[in-house]
Every structure is written in structure tokens, then in C-alpha cells.
Design a binder for this molecule. Structure first.
Ligand code: GLN
Length: 294
């Protein structure tokens, strides 16, 4: 079904699910059946409950046309998230753009680690200031602001389109009045001190990028992935920026690559920080660390 010809207006929802699943499996997509379901639901404008209540309804002209286009894109290994134009993170919806990384469930580890590190201050979050370095879609900052009701935050990114997208997502999730977004090369354009600094920086060693799956290599922005020759450039840049932006009793929560549980902490210990973690992601891999001044 390479050209999605089998999807016709007369095709039932159930038949579409089956055909898509098979087509995706054939090209080696691991999440074939999930992708088939998400794309069918979107094309037909259905909730999951509606689909299982009436699986034998026909797609009709509009849904069939939309689904054919979805399938065509997915078969070129464009991620489902980008086809849908939005993705969920911390149970919140985030609009995507070409210049932002698709939010990963693994990055929720950073949010959880940050909230844990702040636990005694969390209830009294009034006046707490949060900074997100390389905010992308804004997912880390927006998720944190929905949890820390009295906090305000600043999100920075080098990519103007990311700044715009993050601002949009803050509004979409009801925290626009407590969030500011600005273009900045790490903390260069930032003044003031923050109680919490978070970041999911680019941490893939440049040479490794070519070997990543097409969904990442071809569709995630290079700027959000490439961490330099050893994957650690961003951590060194953040270490340099921290003295100027971290409040004396502030905490830092950073995402790390699963193979960086030694190398990243070493950078921050050498710079005089106490390191907590690593905290594990849903795949039980090291994914986040927390830093405090010693
Ligand atoms: N977690 C992403 C991946 O493995 C990488 C994101 C990043 O470099 N921060 O594809």
C-alpha cells in the first residue's frame, strides 16, 4: 500500500487501521499500530471512544483524503507528532514547528526531578523564578509553571521560531501571564537570578547523528540535537553561564544522554556543584541530574 491507494472513501475505519498498520510494519516502523490509530483518529476527527463504538463506519471523502496524505508523510518517516502538528507532554498539549524538538516522554524526568528538588519550596512557590535554557516548544517551562502556581518563568532559545512556538504554547496552556520568552544564546541576553534553571540541551555527539533513526535525524532540528564533537559542548556552556544566573540557594535540573551519567556530572563537580541523581527515565536509563551550589 505504498501510495496509500487502498484508502478510499468506502474504506471502513477498521479496515483503514489494519491497512495502515501493515503498511507501517512493512517499512519497519516500530510503533506501526499506534501510529495507524493516531493518524486515523486525526483524519476522521474522532476520539478513541468514538472509533471503538463505530469501527465499521466508512471514512467518507474528506477523512479518506486526509488519511492518504497522513500515510504518505508517515511512509517517508515523518514522525506522527509532526504530522499531527502537536504532541502531549506532562499531559499538556504542545504545538510543534520545524525548529522545535518533539517533546519526549523521557524529558518528563527533568520536570519530576526539578519538582522533587524544590519540594520544600513547592507549596510556597510564590515569587519563585524559573529559567529554561533552549526552551524549544516550551515544554519544560510550561509544565513547571502549571505545577508551581506562584512561579514566573523565562524561556530562551537561539531559534526565533522556537521562541514564538514556546510563547504560543504558554498561552495555550494558560500560563502566558507568568512566562516570558526571548531569543538568547544560552544566558547571554539574560539578567537577574533564578531559583530554578532547567535545560534539555543538545547532547548528541555530532558524529552519532547520522546513525539516528530517520524520524529524529531528518525531522528534529539539528540545533536541538548536536552537542559538538563529544556531545558535551552545551553542558560546558551552561556551566559557564550558571554563576551569573543561579540564585545562591538555587537548583538546576538538566536532561542528559543515557551514556552521559559520568561525563556530565564530572563537568559540574569540577565547577563546584553538588550533583544529585542521575534520575532514570521510563526506560530505566539515566536521564536527568540536579545541581546545587556547594
Ligand atoms: N532525547 C533526544 C534523542 O535521543 C535528544 C535530545 C537532545 O539532544 N537534547 O533523540
Amino acid at each position: 500500500m505504498r501510495d496509500a491507494d487502498l484508502i478510499q472513501p468506502e474504506t471502513t475505519r477498521l479496515a483503514a487501521l489494519k491497512q495502515l498498520g501493515e503498511a507501517f510494519r512493512e517499512v519497519g516502523i516500530e510503533t506501526a499500530q499506534r501510529d495507524a490509530r493516531l493518524l486515523t483518529l486525526d483524519a476522521a476527527g474522532l476520539t478513541h471512544a468514538q472509533l471503538i463504538q463505530a469501527p465499521r463506519e466508512r471514512l467518507g471523502d474528506q477523512a479518506a483524503a486526509k488519511l492518504r496524505e497522513h500515510v504518505r508523510r508517515r511512509l517517508t518517516r515523518e514522525p506522527v507528532a509532526r504530522i499531527l502538528g502537536e504532541w502531549e507532554f506532562w499531559s499538556l498539549p504542545f504545538t510543534l514547528a520545524p525548529d522545535v524538538l518533539v517533546p519526549r516522554p523521557d524529558s518528563e524526568t527533568v520536570v519530576a526531578a526539578a519538582l522533587l528538588a524544590l519540594k520544600e519550596r513547592r507549596n510556597a512557590s510564590d515569587g519563585l523564578r524559573v529559567l529554561d535554557l533552549g526552551t524549544g516548544s516550551g515544554c519544560l517551562l510550561v509544565a513547571l509553571l502549571t505545577e508551581l502556581k506562584g512561579a514566573t518563568g523565562v524561556g530562551v532559545d537561539l531559534a526565533p521560531q522556537a521562541v514564538e512556538t514556546a510563547r504560543f504554547n504558554a498561552a495555550r496552556n494558560g500560563v502566558a501571564d507568568r512566562a516570558e520568552f526571548t531569543e538568547s544564546d544560552w544566558a547571554q541576553a539574560i539578567t537577574g537570578q533564578f531559583d530554578l534553571v532547567v535545560s534539555n540541551p543538545p547532547y548528541i555527539a555530532n558524529a552519532v547523528i547520522e546513525g539516528l533513526e530517520p524520524e529524529v535525524k531528518q525531522h528534529d532540528p539539528r540545533l536541538a540535537l548536536a552537542g559538538g564533537p563529544d556531545g558535551l559542548d552545551a553542558y560546558r556552556a551552561i556551566a559557564q553561564a550558571l554563576p551569573g544566573i543561579l540564585a545562591p540557594d538555587g537548583v538546576v535540573a538538566l536532561e542528559i544522554g543515557s551514556d552521559q551519567a559520568e561525563s556530565v556530572p564530572a563537568i559540574y563537580r569540577a565547577a563546584g556543584y553538588a550533583v544529585e541523581g542521575p534520575f532514570a527515565d521510563f526506560g530505566a536509563r539515566p536521564r536527568a541530574i540536579v545541581l546545587r551550589r556547594t
